[in-house]
Design a protein around this ligand. Structure first.
Ligand SMILES: [Zn+2]
Length: 77
């Protein structure tokens, strides 16, 4: 299993390569099927993962939620 048992610190996460693309991570996700280990994700992959999750879970207004989240996450709100 890949990832870390304990969450990365706010400072430490930036030194972790994104689990998907290798860019510096900004956020982290914990995946149950991966032994609840924490994986680093960069901003772009975090946004893609949020969109994927909302759409998979059929959350109403996924497009509106994602527009607001992306604006916040990228610092435009
Ligand atoms: Zn990435």
């Amino acid at each position: 299993m890949t990832g870390r048992r304990k969450p990365y610190t706010a400072r430490g996460i930036h030194r972790v390569p994104c689990s998907r693309c290798g860019s510096p991570s900004l956020h982290q996700w914990q995946v149950c099927a991966n032994g609840n280990r924490w994986l680093g994700v960069c901003l772009d992959c975090d946004i893609a993962l949020n969109r994927l999750s909302l759409e998979f879970m059929a959350v109403p207004n996924a497009d509106g939620l994602m527009a607001a989240y992306e604006a916040r996450a990228r610092g435009r709100a």
